[in-house]
Design a protein around this ligand. Structure first.
Ligand SMILES: C[S@@+](CC[C@H](N)C(=O)[O-])C[C@H]1O[C@@H](n2cnc3c(N)ncnc32)[C@H](O)[C@@H]1O
Length: 280
């Protein structure tokens, strides 16, 4: 990839969006960009931090293959074993999508909301939203960040705390709500908006996750979700879990029964599309 051929506004974005990343790992934006840019067979030298060890000389697939990944404990440990891999990848990847975050989120946002970003990693959507609200001192917002126990969740939570302070929000709660193996999270208050972006394909039981969120939603609560569909062999298991893939049709039946689709195309028209649903 040619790093220099981007325009100035893109470099402004990479500097702004990744400044906390550079602080946390003590690196420069150009290095962050390299560490977070995808290419086939890459084995990046990922730096450690005060919360993770370095990971060196391994592909993503090698990390998956480090140990058995059958039980929830073993599968969840994959996200810990990868150190800062997804922190870099998610930050760099979302640098290209900042306008899309706002287009999706701004019309849904109201004062006094409890928003959950589920499978949040670095919490890309809430980070852009919190950064762009024009009058932070007048806003009440409650944020819950959920992922498995991993470096990208720790970093995302740290970065969100910093941003809320930098922007001088007066009235907020920021909750860290990890998922433990075989135990879905319980939130401190009812949910108004849950965003689950590129996550359902990785969870062992997507219907249980959707049900758990719905059960804790206010009336008319909103769910923003997608469920990425790759062309894969029936038997393939990896970070895109076979158990999730098997449930896909039933999962959309569950959503259609328990929510109303308010934005986005039906699954059969746009399998990996982003949809917004309202609780029935
Ligand atoms: C493709 S990334 C998407 C991250 C983020 N939502 C984004 O938009 O960049 C998938 C995320 O799902 C998380 N994840 C994997 N298994 C999970 C589980 N069982 N429960 C919650 N999150 C999970 C991963 O740690 C990772 O952050």
């Amino acid at each position: 990839m040619e790093y220099s051929c981007r325009d100035k506004s893109w470099w402004d974005n990479i500097n702004w969006y990744n400044k906390h990343l550079c602080e946390y790992y003590n690196i420069i934006p150009q290095e962050a960009l390299k560490l977070g840019t995808r290419s086939t067979g890459r084995t990046p030298s990922l730096p450690g931090s005060k919360t993770c060890k370095p990971v060196l000389g391994l592909t993503y697939e090698d990390i998956w293959d480090l140990s058995p990944r059958k039980t929830e404990e073993e599968i969840f440990k994959f996200y810990k074993d990868q150190g800062s891999w997804s922190t870099f990848r998610q930050c760099v990847r979302h640098t290209d999508n900042l306008d899309d975050h706002l287009k999706l989120f701004e019309p849904l946002f109201k004062n006094n909301m409890h928003i959950v970003e589920y499978g949040c990693g670095i919490a890309p959507f809430l980070f852009t939203l919190v950064n762009s609200i024009p009058n932070p001192r007048e806003i009440n917002i409650d944020i819950s960040l959920t992922d498995v126990d991993c470096e990208h969740l720790i970093f995302g939570h740290w970065r969100m705390g910093k941003l809320l302070k930098e922007k001088k929000y007066n009235n907020y709660n920021l909750y860290l709500k990890p998922v433990d193996p075989n135990k879905l999270p319980t939130y401190n208050q009812k949910i108004d908006l849950a965003i689950v972006y590129e996550v359902f394909e990785h969870v062992p039981d997507p219907i249980k996750v959707a049900e758990n969120l719905r059960n804790q939603m206010n009336p008319n609560g909103l769910l923003v979700e997608n469920f990425v569909k790759h062309d894969q062999d029936e038997e393939d298991d990896g970070p895109d879990l076979l158990s999730a893939r098997i449930q896909r049709t039933q999962y959309y039946e569950y959503l259609n029964t328990n929510f109303t689709l308010v934005l986005g195309e039906a699954e059969h028209i746009s399998p990996s599309g982003t949809r917004i649903w309202k609780k029935k």
